[in-house]
Design a binder for this molecule. Structure first.
Ligand code: ZN
Length: 251
């Protein structure tokens, strides 16, 4: 959830979350992908691909079909790439929280082991992520236990990364918030000194966590994604691009 005026780090994943006025939306089919064309009071044509593979084009009211077709044709390669990307991503199925299922933690995969126990909790032991739960079939309970475990781990590891890079960036942060975010790994509100980090970042390798933390901390100095911002990243973390690539890899 980007805060107003906040510089954000896109996860390159769903672009959704932007609500359009459905009032004068008319669905038009252009070749294979479904393109929804919305005309409203905007200055420029805006194109996006939803995680469902649907293409949404927002255009100024005065825009002609010819202009629209031109943009669609010009951006067709980008559209195809986006659609292909979401196709791979949507294969990420909902977890069932049963033994044998894979869970990532700090860039490694662990198999889940559900164990019946009066003492409930989660332990990473002997290469397994063990969930101790009274009722092994209670999915919600297992989900909650795991979330609590991940959150506790995230607090430790994110804090470590923050401390490491804060001494370099030398800027005070008021608050760090860890939460589940659908579209971003992190965000920063430079004016308020807030940093938000996606809980799911704890699934990624430490080097990726550090990259996101530095990226957000760097926004306390350079609020936007200007050349200065990237030069600053280069200076402090010369391999940030590799880390970013790793972060975006599908595991
Ligand atoms: Zn950013």
């Amino acid at each position: 959830m980007p805060e107003k005026g906040a510089a954000t780090l896109s996860k390159r994943m769903p672009l959704g979350a932007v609500a359009e006025k459905k009032s004068d939306a008319n669905a038009t089919k252009v070749a294979s992908p479904v393109v929804v064309i919305i005309k409203k009071d905007v200055k420029h044509i805006n194109l996006k691909v939803r995680p469902t593979g649907e293409v949404v084009l927002t255009a100024p009211r005065a825009c002609t079909q010819r202009d629209i077709d031109y943009v669609l044709k010009k951006r067709s390669e980008w559209i195809d790439k986006k659609i292909a990307y979401f196709k791979t991503h949507n294969q990420v199925v909902e977890k069932e929280y049963v033994s044998g299922e894979n869970f990532s933690y700090l860039g490694r995969n662990y198999r889940l082991k559900v164990i019946e126990s009066l003492d409930e909790g989660v332990k990473l032991q002997r290469g397994y992520l063990q969930v101790f739960v009274r009722d092994k079939t209670h999915t919600e309970k297992k989900k909650r236990l795991l979330k609590a475990w991940y959150t506790a781990k995230a607090e430790i590891h994110f804090q470590k990364a923050i401390e490491k890079y804060q001494t370099i960036v030398k800027r005070e942060i008021d608050r760090v918030c860890i939460r589940e975010m659908k579209t971003r790994w992190g965000s920063c509100n430079p004016t308020k000194g807030y940093i938000n980090l996606n809980l799911r970042l704890i699934e990624k390798p430490t080097e990726c966590i550090e990259y996101v933390v530095l990226h957000e901390l760097a926004h306390l100095i350079h609020a936007d994604h200007s050349t200065k911002f990237y030069s600053y990243l280069d200076l402090i973390m010369p391999d940030w691009k590799d880390r970013k690539r790793k972060l975006e890899q599908i595991v």
